[in-house]
Design a protein. Sequence first.
Length: 210
Amino acid sequence: MGSEVYDSEKPIHEVELDTFYIGQHVVTQNVWKEVMGDNPSYFKGDQLPVEQVSWEDVHLFLEKLNELLELDGDRKYRLPTEAEWEYAAKGGPYSCGTSYAGGSTLEKVGWYFGNSENHTRAVGILVPNELGIYDMSGNVWEWCLKDDQKVAYKKGLTNSFRGFLSNKSPVFRGGSYGNESVGCHIFNRGIDGPPRGDSSIGFRLAKTTV
């Protein structure tokens, strides 16, 4: 995990993960409306990513979704941890080591400043990564669970989900439609997101394997 490019990404270190599920797409506006009954997004469209959702908004959605599905404990849907997100974005065990999720040419795998026309795009249009997951570089940033202590990321604590998480200073990953290509590479980290959400930030579901 990590890279040696920017300070926030250093150092490269190993992280041990439990098996997990992660969404093939970010949560779309039609899914949000089914659960929450409204649509806060700036750019409207059922198959567009839901955005303008804060960290707190997302956790209200998760709470309601899990209640509707009668899920509890490890069966609950949640946000992915940073380590889970990065592992999935790289393509897991099938990773080809590219800078972006799915390839080395961003135009083919992600919506960014150079091809998005400065707005979000419907999910699942461009080339997926090695695991068949779409839009992990560009389109919208994605909220992730953050390690509770700053040293946790630096030291690569063996499991980044159990016991080391906090709702403070949430992290978002992956870049967005408004970023240049460097903002969409796999290792890039956004920290301390806007409290009221933003049109460039959405989220993807994850769940521990049971």
